[in-house]
Design a protein around this ligand. Structure first.
Ligand SMILES: *Cc1c(COP(=O)(O)O)cnc(C)c1O
Length: 364
């Protein structure tokens, strides 16, 4: 079967960088081969650069972004501990579920979907939580939540941040903001296919990690002996070699371009797309002060749909006729919004021009 090339403007995956595709074609090495371990070390260094952290425990968890979420909770949360979770979209909901499965007492701080979380409400939700968990870039709504305001006032709590859609697309500063554990994914703004979850853990959080978490596979202490071990590196599980080549290459592209420059490119594309949609009379879901450039949520313009045409038909025509994928709404916004991504290699002005022109034709 031939797979036609697509312009991936959904909520993820984005189009991989060409250097990343090339990395997949390299010969596979063994997971304890010295050359591979050197490349893994270099990958962790590159992750520290994009996370803007000195955290020694920074590495890619084998699994998608959700594996990073699972690993974060299972290593840090014990039964009966309190976890305060800010919820203003699907991924905040998912964190409540993940924390509850670790036996946590979950204290939710809900905000309307599309409204940014209020740090003060989260800080006041409980006097002494073990963990405060927040999604930095809520992919279900296109809203950015503030982390710095939580990190500076978190007290004894650990601050856990979902940076799956933010890393590589907007500013992420773990050390400056006081984030104790962050996880991400490869397929959003890093321009790599899905498959790994970059994770970074502060020394403070390392001290509080369980020595025997419920999960064997995500036991960070055991994984650290493999990824962080200076001398003898103990086998834990077979690293997904080709994915690590790909992540190494993707991070190389981002750092060669420059982190600031990559963020600026995402911002320019997001601005261009959002201005184009508003000029057409469409309403955006996120308020301008908390709007992500890399993921734009727009209300379906019901009045503009051709007769007997649903929003899913429009997305299908975009895919079949133009090869452009955009996303539909999730959860409370299912059928009500479209989510258009400009992430990683997809964040190019020409892609924005194409999707706007294609929408004009389909809605004409
Ligand atoms: C995509 C995403 C996830 C889940 O990542 P998967 O790679 O699909 O497991 C988690 N959080 C946010 C904010 C996301 O956008």
């Amino acid at each position: 079967m031939q797979h036609a090339e697509r312009i991936l403007m959904g909520p993820g995956p984005s189009n991989p960088y060409p250097e990343v595709i090339e990395a997949f074609t390299r010969p596979v090495m063994g997971h304890l081969d010295g050359d591979f371990l050197e490349l893994l070390d270099d990958t962790c260094d590159r992750l520290r650069a994009v996370f803007r952290t000195q955290n020694a425990l920074t590495f890619p968890v084998s699994g998608t972004g959700s594996a990073g979420m699972e690993a974060a909770f299972v290593n840090l949360v014990s039964g009966g501990e309190t976890v305060v979770v800010g919820v203003n979209g699907v991924f905040g909901e998912r964190m409540c579920d993940a924390a509850a499965r670790c036996g946590a007492r979950v204290v939710r701080v809900d905000e309307e979907w599309g409204t940014p979380l209020e740090p003060q409400r989260i800080l006041e939700a409980h006097p002494d939580p073990a963990v405060i968990a927040v999604v930095h870039a809520e992919t279900s709504t296109g809203v950015r939540n503030d982390l710095a305001g939580l990190g500076s006032a978190k007290g004894d709590a650990l601050l856990l941040a979902d940076c799956v859609t933010s890393l590589g697309g907007i500013d992420v500063r773990l050390d400056d903001w006081g984030v104790d554990i962050a996880f991400s994914g490869t397929q959003k703004c890093l321009g790599v296919p899905p498959g790994l979850a970059p994770v970074s853990v502060s020394p403070r959080a390392v001290e509080r990690m369980h020595c025997r978490p419920q999960s064997w596979y995500f036991d960070m202490g055991m994984i650290a002996d493999y990824v962080n071990g200076a001398g003898a590196r103990a086998y834990h599980h077979t690293a997904p070699i080709s994915m690590i080549y790909a992540l190494h290459a993707g991070l190389g592209v981002v750092l060669d371009e420059g982190l600031e420059e990559a963020h600026a490119r995402h911002q320019e594309c997001g601005d261009m797309l959002q201005a184009g949609l508003e000029a057409r009379g469409f309403d955006l879901v996120a308020p301008s002060e908390a709007r992500l450039p890399q993921l734009t949520s727009v209300h379906v313009p019901e009045a503009r749909l051709p007769p007997d045409t649903g929003e899913a038909d429009i997305r299908r025509v975009l895919l079949e006729r133009y090869g452009i994928e955009i996303g539909g709404g999730l959860g409370a916004l299912a059928g009500k919004c479209w989510r258009i991504g400009c992430m990683g290699h997809t964040a190019r002005a020409r892609n924005v021009t194409l999707v706007l022109a294609a929408l004009d034709e389909v809605l004409a």
